[in-house]
Design a protein around this ligand. Structure first.
Ligand SMILES: Cc1cc2nc3c(=O)[nH]c(=O)nc-3n(C[C@H](O)[C@H](O)[C@H](O)COP(=O)(O)O)c2cc1C
Length: 366
């Protein structure tokens, strides 16, 4: 089925956001969304760790929470798909409604609260696709009622070690009470110490490096970010993802009916804050640590700007709700056109060009 953006969008928007999401997953599962011709532009390739990303655009966590459609996402043109957040045990998440469209702002608010089927079904699905190729990251988290949250993350790394292209340690969801406390220096040091020990163990047994990335919130202070980056470096994490959703509510938001909903805000209005956090992170970790820029990416140019601000890779989710599946390919074309215009031969040529400008801005806005 070709995606007639306005028609399909109108139809999907007659459903609640969560039902529309379930329909999108079902359509991808059934192959109802047409595969698009791949964009193979060597200038867009990224080699990081032992992985060859065909392009820097990844599906951010939260869309495919249960690892149902990673291959269908890769066929839309994504260079990587991140599944999860997965917790060891299934959990229902918060009561519905818990996901809201701010259509006028091209934004989303969610307070899903790590609803997922748990490790076992996702493990089974990822085992089924083993050998398909493509980069599939596994985002791991902790059960709400867990007595030892760090142990849940370690368990995630252990469980998916032979199947994950990389891991994301998600301590930045605002919807699990106390989760963001894991970003505090001592708690983070303990968590990352245990996760990296497990990473070293599974790297030895898997016979390949299994990168572990830390995903952080944009709602951090300068000092908080100092601590997070210092611990991440000291513990040798392989990269960072900046950022998750924000608890900020900007005066500029037009969708006043929805903006007071509790939860994390994502989409276009997050771009500024998440990009500032990304650039400030880049300045703290130096040029070599791989960073993934996420938050408010909505076209090829905003994806390019994440790279100019210091990202090696880019992810997005919310704008897919508004742009539809064809937008991945369109974005890649726009990115390639941009590289031609500035006569760049690779993304490395433009990476970090605006880090200093973004990092000079204040993290707290409005
Ligand atoms: C409905 C929804 C669910 C999400 N669930 C997760 C999740 O389970 N784990 C996670 O790390 N991030 C989750 N995110 C955050 C996204 O991965 C991303 O970091 C954030 O939305 C910012 O990117 P965007 O502006 O492109 O959406 C979720 C976002 C949305 C909108």
């Amino acid at each position: 089925m070709a995606w007639n953006k306005s028609l399909a969008q109108k139809l999907l928007f007659t459903f609640s956001p969560e039902n529309a999401h379930s329909l999108a997953i079902a359509a991808l599962k059934m192959g109802l969304i047409k595969d698009l011709p791949a964009i193979n532009d060597p200038r867009l390739r990224v080699k990081l760790w032992d992985l060859d990303f065909p392009n820097p655009l990844g599906m951010a966590a939260g869309f495919d929470k249960n690892a149902e459609v990673p291959d269908a996402l890769l066929r839309l043109g994504f260079g990587a798909a991140e599944v999860g957040t997965l917790t060891p045990l299934a959990q229902p998440g918060n009561p519905k409604p818990r996901m809201f469209r701010l259509a006028k702002d091209e934004a989303v608010i969610n307070r899903l609260g790590f609803n997922n089927e748990g490790h076992a079904p996702a493990l089974h699905r990822l085992e089924q696709r083993k050998g398909n190729g493509g980069i599939v990251g596994v985002n791991v988290g902790a059960n709400k009622d867990s007595e030892d949250r760090s142990a849940d993350y370690v368990k995630g790394i252990e469980t998916f070690a032979s199947l994950a292209s990389y891991f994301t340690i998600n301590i930045s969801s605002p919807n699990t009470p106390g989760l963001r406390d894991l970003q505090a220096r001592e708690a983070l040091d303990d968590l990352l110490g245990r996760c990296m020990d497990k990473r070293n163990e599974v790297t030895a047994s898997a016979g390949r490096s299994v990168p572990v990335l830390l995903k952080i919130a944009p709602d951090v202070t300068e000092f908080g970010l100092d601590d997070i980056c210092a611990v991440a470096i000291a513990r040798g994490v392989d990269g960072m993802i900046v950022s998750n959703t924000t608890l900020d509510r900007y005066d500029s938001l037009k969708d006043v009916a929805q903006k007071s909903e509790t939860g994390g805000l994502s989409g276009k209005p997050l771009f500024e804050k998440a990009t500032i956090a990304l650039a400030k992170t880049r300045q703290r970790v130096g040029p070599d640590m791989p960073l993934v820029g996420v938050g408010g990416v909505h076209d090829g140019i905003s994806a390019i700007e994440k790279i100019r601000a210091g990202a090696n890779l880019v992810q997005f989710y919310s704008s897919l709700v508004y742009g539809g599946p064809g937008m991945v390919r369109q974005m890649l074309v726009q990115m390639a056109d941009y590289l031609s215009k500035v006569e760049a031969t690779s993304l490395e040529d433009i990476r970090g060009q605006t880090t200093a400008d973004w990092a000079a801005k204040e993290l707290t806005m409005e």
